[in-house]
Each structure stands twice: as structure tokens, then as C-alpha cells.
Design a protein around this ligand. Structure first.
Ligand code: KG4
Ligand code: ZN
Length: 348
């Protein structure tokens, strides 16, 4: 069984072709990701209108490329998988409407995939499927949440951020340190190089199940202002500030995860999302006693279409088709649209 997958929820345009064999193993046949970082860098953040326009230009090109690379025609495709939400509405609409066009032209079923569900299962692309239950920690630029996973589309929310996402906390702090957007990875690099810090940032909301990173942003702003005092930060100070910021964000994540482990009694942990690429975070999580940690491969930490195709194939082959948009579900139709807000725990 083969799917053509499309992802356009934020600032990465992506397409992939995946195959599910008789043993249930799902592998990637071809894949393309086009990042828009260079375009949004000048604005210090994502401009939704520009992102949508870029998707419109790039998506048809990427789809052609993955089809050619996999040496397939639309007759070889069994279903289409497309991100239906959550994400930026205008961006989601480009991907979904493109997919609808292909579905109509080639009479293919179309599966609307939840982007967060894609992240949750991304560590299992090309690998043995997970044993449930497990804890899923998704830390990305737009989302930070922990779920107890009982199986595909069966999620129990444990923690979610009340304000900024972990990636956002990295990026906004990086901006305050004068690093170009999105500064998460660059801040991490400075922090790792510094290795220690004279600063300790306050820890927020330790007692709550939920995450909160906006207080940290204010603390960083005040500290940077004080240290800068009208002059440029020295490399030494910038490195030490980066270290203190990274440590505070990681500790925040580790505290919530520990609490989720002790409350659920589940020690299998699956880490995904852009911030899962952070090596200090991976190291800290790997140190947790008795925890069986599975992390997404770097290519599939940030947004990609392989994770969307993975879920699409699972849902299609297991006929869990309540998110299907297309001819295999009598109750839904091509009139279904995107869901900019779509909490993953609402899936059935
Ligand atoms: O998963 P993703 O593409 O975004 C959403 O789906 O929302 O993740 C992008 C985020 C950005 O905030 C980026 O700065 C952050 O992941 N990121 C990192 C690292 N690499 C990427 N944050 C900290 N350390 C890194 N090494
Ligand atoms: Zn994402």
C-alpha cells in the first residue's frame, strides 16, 4: 500500500511517498522538504501570508520530484495523506486544496492527518511499531505537550503549554540575545560551547501539570537589559546567558515529564518535534532512571511529510477513517476543510 503525503501547516513545504508492506513496516520511498527560513528571517518570525504563497509555488514542484524519484505514477498510489490541522489556516488550505485536486483528478481517497499525531509517531518511521501505552513528549516551535498514548488516535492529555511552546521560548530568547530567526539551534550551540553559567533563571509553574514559558521570556529580557546596559553583549556573556536559558527550558520539560512518568507509571517515552533535536535535552532525558527513550531522527524532528504519510497509511489500512475526506467514507466529503485548532486528544 502506497501513499503520497503532503504537509504545509507552517513554514515547511513537504511531500513524501511511503509504502506499507505485508508485515506492517512503513518506509519512505522518496521525500522532499523545502524550508522557508530564509524568507521569514527578515521579519523575525513567520509571516502567514508569505508562507501560504510559498507553499503555493513550491508544493507542485516537490510533489513532482517525489513522484519522479520513486518512479511512480498516480496509478501506483493507494491514498493521499494531507495535514488537515492544527496549523496556520491559509497554509493548511494550500495543502488540502492541492490534495483535493489530486484526489478528484485520480479518484483517490484522501486522508486528513492531525499534524501532532504525525509528530508523536515520527520516531517509528521505517521501524518496528511502538508497544503501547507510551508517553509522547512533543516539543516543537508551535506545540509543547505530553500525552499518554494508548494506541493510534487514542490520546490522554497530561500536559500542554498555557502560553509559548518550548521552541518559541528558544527562538524568542535567541532573538533577545541578538541571534537571527529561528535562533533555537544557534542558542543551543552557544549554550553547549559555554558549558556553564554564572546566571540561574527562575523556574516557573513547577507545581502545575502544564507548561508555561512566557515568564522565562520576561526574565531573559530583564537580565539581558541589565547585562547589556547600552553596550553589546560580549561573546562570553552571551554564551553564559544561552546556557542559563537552555538549562531553564530543559529543566521545565524534565520536571513535567518526571511527573507524567510517576503519575502514569509508564516508562516508555517517545520524544519528537523540532526541539527534540536539542542534544542537551536528549542527554538529560536519557539520564532518567529506568526510562526507555525513543527519539525521532533529526530529519523527522522538524516538520516533514513522512510523518503525515505514516499516519495516513496507518489510518487507511486500519480503516480508522473518521478523519477521511474522500470516497471511502460515506459521511464525509470533499467539502470538509482544514482545522486550524485540532487538539490531538479529540481524535477517535
Ligand atoms: O517541529 P518544528 O518544525 O515546529 C513546529 O512544528 O512548530 O520545530 C521548529 C522549532 C523551532 O522553534 C526551532 O528553533 C526549534 O524547533 N529547534 C531547536 C533546535 N533545533 C530546532 N530548539 C532547540 N535546540 C535545537 N537544537
Ligand atoms: Zn510541527
Amino acid at each position: 500500500m502506497i501513499t503520497l503525503a503532503i504537509e504545509t501547516s507552517c513554514d515547511e513545504t513537504a511531500s513524501a511517498i511511503l509504502k506499507r508492506d505485508q508485515n506492517g513496516l512503513i518506509t519512505v520511498l522518496s521525500e522532499r522538504i523545502s524550508s522557508q527560513v530564509k524568507i521569514h528571517e527578515a521579519y523575525g518570525g513567520i509571516v502567514p501570508e508569505l508562507a501560504a504563497r510559498e507553499h503555493l509555488v513550491n508544493l507542485p514542484i516537490l510533489v513532482d520530484q517525489v513522484m519522479n524519484e520513486a518512479k511512480l505514477t498516480y496509478r501506483d498510489i493507494n491514498c493521499l495523506s494531507v495535514t488537515r490541522g492544527p496549523g496556520l489556516k491559509g497554509c493548511l488550505l494550500i495543502g488540502l486544496n492541492f490534495a483535493k485536486g489530486v484526489a478528484v483528478a485520480h479518484a483517490l481517497p484522501l486522508i486528513g492527518v492531525n499534524h501532532i499525531e504525525g509528530h508523536i509517531y515520527s520516531p517509528f518511521i521505517g521501524e518496528t511499531p511502538p508497544t503501547d501505552p507510551f508517553l509522547a513528549l512533543v516539543v516543537s516551535g508551535g506545540h509543547t505537550e505530553i500525552h499518554l498514548v494508548h494506541g493510534i488516535s487514542n490520546y490522554e492529555l497530561i500536559s500542554r503549554t498555557l502560553d509559548d511552546a518550548a521552541g518559541e521560548a528558544f527562538d524568542k530568547s535567541a532573538h533577545l540575545l541578538g541571534l537571527p530567526y529561528p535562533g533555537g539551534a544557534k542558542l543551543a550551540e552557544l549554550a553547549d560551547r559555554a558549558g556553564s553559567s554564572r546566571y540561574v533563571l527562575p523556574r516557573f509553574m513547577r507545581e502545575s501539570d502544564n507548561f508555561s514559558f512566557s515568564g522565562l521570556k520576561t526574565a531573559v529580557l530583564l537580565l539581558v537589559k541589565k547585562e547589556q546596559a547600552g553596550i553589546a553583549l560580549s561573546d562570553q556573556l552571551r554564551g553564559e546567558l544561552a546556557y542559563a536559558i537552555q538549562s531553564a527550558i530543559i529543566e521545565n520539560i524534565v520536571v513535567k515529564l518526571k511527573s507524567a512518568i510517576s503519575k502514569s507509571g509508564v516508562k516508555r517515552v517517545v520524544l519528537s518535534g523540532g526541539v527534540a533535536a536539542n542534544s542537551a535535552l536528549r542527554l538529560e532525558l536519557a539520564k532518567l532512571p529506568g526510562v526507555d527513550l525513543k527519539v525521532a531522527k533529526p530529519l523527522w524532528c522538524t516538520d516533514n511529510a513522512a510523518m503525515i504519510g505514516y499516519i495516513g497509511l496507518l489510518r487507511y489500512s486500519e480503516s480508522k477513517n473518521n478523519s477521511l475526506i474522500g470516497d471511502t467514507d460515506k459521511n464525509s466529503s470533499l467539502t470538509n476543510s482544514v482545522l486550524a485548532r485540532w487538539p490531538v486528544e479529540l481524535l477517535k
